[in-house]
Design a protein around this ligand. Structure first.
Ligand code: ADP
Ligand code: MG
Length: 441
């Protein structure tokens, strides 16, 4: 029955949708006409129930003559992801290419070239829902997460997919800085009307890295109106940032609350399997012959940022060309030797930072993580939080949790406080500097 269902779905879904919903789902059992299907997240389950389940009943009845009821369970978080063969690369049609260019979309950033894995499968699924049915579900769609994890890639993929379905759709991709510059220029040149035409007459507006809206009052004001116009007309808005809206300093409350109207999804660093899959896909696309153990080796060396991962592959490739050798694990090791420091960020743990800070100030770990408000503990505690934020990829809530279950706003406060002291207090400057040296050497 699953096989048959797959074939049915393949006919009615676009290829990226098929990859997102059907390939990510796994039939578990068919007992007493209950078909149990495992899906990766709640979002997947909702989508299945709303859009895909009817087909199961239909096909089930056709094949068994009985009423088959689908039941969805959510995949256990800890389970290893399935190894997946890369889907076939399909070329974008010409008209899509032309319109993509107009919208300033990078032709490499499509759903086809995006590897789905733990850490991004929810974001990928949400992106797809929005691409297939813009304005109708998650508006705005908000991606947040660290650098180089695929936020921009997914954003462009939404644009391409929407153009594939609707070649004359009007799409605009900008970074928040471009938006801000366009706005400022429009005031200087008295072209506000043209600016509004440009930004408010689109079916899909993609604004990347909106953390740079911080501190830009006028731009935020203008974006507020742009947002309202698009939203009220049912046009889709997609935003990205390196953190949640309420963690962006000086972002107007009314923007924060509007961004929460839709769906916010975080993207977290890929696990080893996913990193290998990304490298393999990239190597295939470039026609490189790389043994599996070498791919694993490279993927093991760089474990947080996909841009760095790709950089490592380029480096290995260049190294092989220069030396006239085939790519092997030992060659990769040589090529990546000097890259080592890039690893640091993900090697440092919050605990290690806490331990070093305790040693440095002669404190007990339990005091550092505790609630005592004496200055001799508060400042080291804030320094430890500051360093955890600066030197690791952990999220604010995670850092708070590691400090005896404190709120993420406490971490933000500590970070700001130390940042301030670093500008004004030479002793703090020296101490934080020394701690940093201890931690990263
Ligand atoms: P961000 O905007 O989050 O900083 P990008 O979208 O610019 O990150 O991604 C960085 C690089 O990594 C890009 O070249 C992108 O194509 C690649 N990349 C990120 N995630 C994936 C993925 N899941 N599959 C394939 N390539 C990816
Ligand atoms: Mg980006």
């Amino acid at each position: 029955i699953w096989k048959e269902l797959e074939d049915d779905y393949r006919k009615i879904l676009t290829p990226p949708s098929f990859n997102a919903w059907i390939e990510q789902a796994k039939p578990i059992s068919l007992i007493n006409n209950l078909l149990t299907i495992e899906v990766p997240s709640n979002l997947h389950r909702e989508y299945w129930e709303k859009n895909l389940a009817a087909k199961i009943v239909e096909t089930g009845f056709r094949l068994t003559g009985e009423e088959v009821t689908p039941v969805f369970i959510i995949e256990n978080e800890k389970k290893e992801p399935e190894k997946k063969s890369a889907p076939i690369q399909t070329e974008l049609p010409d008209i899509v290419k032309r319109n993509s260019k107009k919208a300033l979309l990078n032709s490499k950033y499509t759903f086809d070239t995006f590897v789905i894995g733990k850490g991004n499968q929810m974001a990928h699924a949400a992106a797809l829902v929005v691409a297939e049915d813009p304005g109708a579900t998650y508006n705005p769609l908000f991606f947040y997460g660290g650098v180089g994890l695929g936020k921009t890639h997914l954003m462009h993929a939404i644009g391409h997919q929407m153009l594939t379905n609707q070649p004359d759709a009007k799409i605009k991709y900008v970074t928040s800085e471009t938006f801000a510059n366009d706005y400022i220029n429009s005031i200087q040149n008295r072209t506000s009307e043209a600016f509004r035409q440009e930004y408010r007459n689109v079916d899909l507006l993609l604004v990347d890295d909106i953390q740079f809206f911080a501190d830009k009052e006028g731009t935020q004001e203008e974006f507020f109106h742009t947002f309202n116009t698009l939203y009220n007309e049912g046009h889709q808005i997609v935003l990205t940032s390196d953190r949640l809206p309420n963690e962006i300093p000086k972002l107007q409350e009314r923007l924060v609350s509007r961004f929460a109207w839709g769906l916010s999804v975080d993207i977290t660093p890929p696990d080893l399997e996913t990193r290998i899959a990304i490298l393999r896909k990239r190597a295939n696309a470039e026609g490189l012959e790389i043994p599996d153990d070498t791919l694993s080796y490279i993927a093991g060396q760089i474990d947080s940022n996909i841009r760095e991962l790709e950089g490592a592959l380029v480096r290995v490739q260049a190294f092989a060309t220069m030396n006239g050798n085939d790519i092997s694990t030992s060659l990769a090791a040589d090529a990546l030797k000097s890259l080592k420091p890039a690893k640091l960020k993900s090697e440092l743990s919050i605990l290690l930072i806490q331990e070093e800070v305790c040693k440095y100030y002669h404190l007990q770990l339990k005091d550092l993580k505790g609630k005592k408000r004496v200055k001799s503990i508060v400042v080291p505690r804030q320094i430890a939080m500051f360093l955890s934020r600066e030197l690791t990829d952990n999220s604010l809530p995670k850092i708070g949790a590691e400090f005896g279950g404190k709120d993420h706003t406490t971490v933000i406060h500590a970070h700001e406080k130390i940042q301030q002291l670093l500008d004004t207090d030479p002793i703090i400057q020296k101490e934080v500097g020394e701690l940093k040296n201890i931690l990263i050497s």
